[in-house]
Structures are given as C-alpha cells and as structure tokens.
Ligand binder design. Structure first.
Ligand SMILES: CC(=O)SCCNC(=O)CCNC(=O)[C@H](O)C(C)(C)COP(=O)(O)OP(=O)(O)OC[C@H]1O[C@@H](n2cnc3c(N)ncnc32)[C@H](O)[C@@H]1OP(=O)(O)O
Length: 213
C-alpha cells in the first residue's frame, strides 16, 4: 500500500510539501502514489470537482449533486491531491440493503440482506494524464479500508453501476476483484439516448452472493 498523508474530514489543506518541485507537464506518469495526498472533499472544491466530472463522465449531474458530495457527511468523498490540484476522487455511500432498488436486489442472499448494509460507489475518476498510475486503486483501497473496520461489519458488499461500453472502468473493477452481477438494459439516459449498464459487486466482511445451483 502506498504511503499517504491522511487529513481530517473537511480539512482543505491537502497539498504535498515536496510535490511542486516534481511537477512536469510532458510526461504521462507525473507522479507516483507516494507523492500524493488524500483528503475529504469540502465545499470549496465544488467548481474544481465539477470541472473534472464534466471531463470524466458523460452524465450531467445537477448542481445539488456537487453541493451534496462536497459538503454532506453522508458521503465518503475522498480526493487525491497532487501539486495543489485534485487529480482523482471517489464518492461512495453506505445504504441499508433493504432500501436498494429492485434491480440491485439479489446482490446478497435474502437472509443476509435483512440486517445488512452495502457500500455504493457513485463515482470514481482519475485525471487523464495520471491514469494507470495506481491512483484509482489508491482511492478504492481507502474506501475498502473504511468499510472493513470493525464498526462497519454490517457492510457486506460494495457495488456500482457502469456503462457497458466503459471498457477501461470495467477492466479496472475486474482487476480489483469485482464481479459482474447483472446487466441493466437501458439503465442510463445520456443526452436523450438510452444506454445499457452493468452492476459490479465485491464482497466484504463475510458477505457472499446468494447460493445458486
Ligand atoms: C462507478 C463509476 O464511477 S463507473 C465510472 C468509472 N470512471 C470513469 O469511467 C472515469 C474515467 N476513467 C478513469 O478515471 C480511470 O480510468 C479509472 C478510475 C477507471 C481507473 O483509474 P486508474 O488510476 O487509471 O487505475 P489504476 O492505475 O489503479 O489501475 C489498476 C488496474 O486496473 C486495470 N486498468 C485500469 N485502467 C485500465 C485500462 N484503461 N485498460 C486496461 N486495464 C485497465 C489494470 O489492470 C490496472 O493495473 P496496471 O496499470 O498495473 O495494468
């Protein structure tokens, strides 16, 4: 696991002291994961996060979504900072299994689901020039560490939705041990067009899929 500096939630002070001297604009691999810091998002990040998400995702999130993820304690919203800029972020939340939408039920066995919670990854993105550098893995590992502490023993799975056409993200999650749970036809509406999705899941804290024949 790479070393990083952990800041208190909503501190906005996450710059690496030595990273400025290592800045370079011409290389793809600008940093190693030891040069970055992780900190939680805060309201001042809103515009920076919005600009990044507009670049990364085909989905147009409303302003209220950005306000929520940069200010609400409900979300685990972690930024990876390098050279004074956010270069990656992950946003997730914990939900009771029983309130999941119909299409997401079946991740857990019925008996296990009743009293369990699940983690849901709303977003994960890394700046284009820093991809394939371990940043996505660093953010995902931080979330998994958060969900596997003793007090979160009820969280039995972590799951997400992804466009079926998003091959880099699918390969990323599969490389991290996520398994395909379901195909969601016409799950997304992107610029007026219906697009298919997949649900991917990974099990934690003794969680497992329903037994099948
Ligand atoms: C719930 C959701 O958020 S779904 C949407 C996911 N996000 C996006 O689509 C935004 C655009 N994409 C991205 O930001 C990035 O490509 C991410 C977040 C998917 C991956 O972030 P990265 O920092 O590049 O991942 P990381 O470097 O940790 O990769 C780990 C492993 O995943 C796999 N992987 C990651 N990207 C790719 C790719 N483009 N092609 C093939 N395998 C890949 C590889 O096995 C890689 O290990 P390796 O580099 O040693 O071969």
């Amino acid at each position: 696991m790479a070393q990083f500096t952990w800041h208190q939630k909503h501190s906005h002070n996450g710059q690496s002291s030595d990273s400025a001297s290592r800045s370079s604009d011409f290389a793809i691999r600008l940093c190693s994961t030891t040069d970055v810091q992780l900190r939680f998002l805060c309201p001042d990040d809103l515009e920076e996060v919005r600009t990044l998400c507009l670049d990364w995702f085909p989905i147009d999130y409303p302003l209220s979504w950005y306000q929520d993820i940069t200010s609400s304690e409900r979300f685990f919203a972690l930024a990876c900072v390098y050279n004074f800029a956010i270069i990656g972020l992950i946003v997730a939340e914990i939900k009771p299994y029983t309130i999941l939408n119909y299409e997401d039920r079946g991740i857990l066995p019925e008996s296990m689901g009743k009293n369990s919670e699940v983690g849901y990854i709303l977003s994960l993105g890394v700046h284009k020039k820093h991809r394939r550098n371990g940043i996505g893995s660093l953010l995902l590992d931080s979330l998994i560490n958060h969900l596997t502490t003793a007090e979160r023993y009820k969280v039995k799975a972590i799951f997400l939705h992804v466009l079926t056409t998003n091959q880099p993200a699918i390969l990323f999650y599969e490389s991290r041990g996520f398994i395909l749970h379901s195909f969601l036809p016409f799950y997304y509406s992107i610029r007026g067009k219906s697009k298919d999705g997949f649900t991917y899941v990974s099990y934690l804290n003794g969680g497992h899929p329903p037994w099948t024949l």
